[in-house]
Design a protein around this ligand. Structure first.
Ligand code: C5P
Length: 305
């Protein structure tokens, strides 16, 4: 059998409402995931053992990434093999476009694509639902990278309820050279809440505003823009104060609004339409920034050849 190639999308969070730190080290969430058209590719070929390499032609530097058992790709393949009793190996080659530690679920997309690719390669025939439950064991964002589209995420983010998007939404992503570690962003939020507990009161019960879902269903970008919220935005901006000016610059360039994606530092700018997105991307690129114009919703992990 020749290579199975699967792509899986990066995500942004249109809402990310974070509850208090729980005993398991995670925070209960209410989030709205949106898969965007920026993809990771995983090629799986038959092999005797599990082997991982990153394609040097990736859009981002991959030289420093671990290729041993600590990588989520190897963990995903191993988990599928264990769950199905499969003893085959695979040579896995990952081409990355989604930033590392960028708040867009790039590592999660790699894991999701690996599950789907190895399931095909090995003929293990698990259903999408089976794959999504395995995905939940790998990380909070992995089930969404399998399913794609748009979904409300609760629990740690792994419990998904699909939600509709009325039409195509257009975004400009602004990347950064230095990532933010997800645990560090959550920790910064907890510390801030602890420090100002007297003013802030107890951490809120996470929830998503129905007005956001309504705007999303209607595909009404004007109504959607003011609804975008992210509890991790303030900690990300405190860790990277230069992002405050970067958000303002995106709005000056014509975006309806800008938001930190997940735990950051990638910024997502919502455009009125594809033409506006192209103009915003052009302006930010002209200022020397690395950007991508993407549309959404994007489909989940899918075999592309
Ligand atoms: O689930 P995942 O391994 O992607 O989570 C990475 C880290 O992000 C966790 O170790 C935790 O510090 C933080 N996290 C959290 N609450 C969530 C999801 C992630 O605190 N709901």
């Amino acid at each position: 059998m020749s290579a199975v190639i699967v792509r899986a999308p990066g995500k942004i969070n249109l809402a990310l409402s974070v509850g208090p730190l729980a005993d398991d080290g995670y925070h209960p969430l209410a989030t709205v995931f949106l898969a965007v058209g920026l993809y990771e590719y995983v090629a799986a070929e038959p092999a005797d053992t599990l082997q991982l390499e990153f394609d040097p032609a990736s859009a981002i530097p991959v030289a420093d990434l671990a290729t041993d058992d600590s990588n989520l790709v190897i963990r995903a393949a191993r988990l599928l093999a264990e769950a199905t009793g499969c003893t085959a190996g695979a040579r896995l080659r990952v081409k990355k476009n989604v930033p590392i530690a960028g708040g867009m679920g790039g590592g999660s997309a790699d894991a999701a694509a690996t599950l789907v690719a190895c399931n095909e390669l090995w003929g293990t025939n698990l259903t999408r639902t089976d794959l999504e439950s395995l995905a939940a064991q790998l990380g909070s964002d992995v089930p969404f990278a399998v399913s794609g589209g748009a979904a409300i995420g609760t629990g740690r983010g792994e419990q998904l309820a699909r939600t509709l998007v009325g039409g195509e939404l257009h975004w400009v992503l602004r990347f950064n050279d230095r990532g933010i570690s997800t645990p560090a962003a959550y920790r910064a939020l907890d510390e801030h809440r602890a420090q100002f507990a007297e003013h802030l009161g107890p951490a809120p019960i996470p929830e998503v505003d129905p007005a956001l879902l309504q705007a999303l269903r209607a595909g009404d970008v004007g109504a959607l823009a003011p609804q975008l919220v992210n509890d991790l935005q303030a900690p990300a901006l405190r860790m990277r104060p230069e992002l405050v000016a970067a958000l303002a610059a995106g709005e000056r360039a014509g975006a309806l609004t800008g938001i930190v994606s997940g735990s950051g530092p990638t910024l997502a700018f919502l455009a009125r339409d594809a033409q506006d997105a192209a103009a915003i991307a052009e302006r930010l690129r002209g200022d020397g920034h690395r950007v991508a114009q993407v549309s959404s919703p994007a489909e989940g992990a899918t075999r592309c050849c």
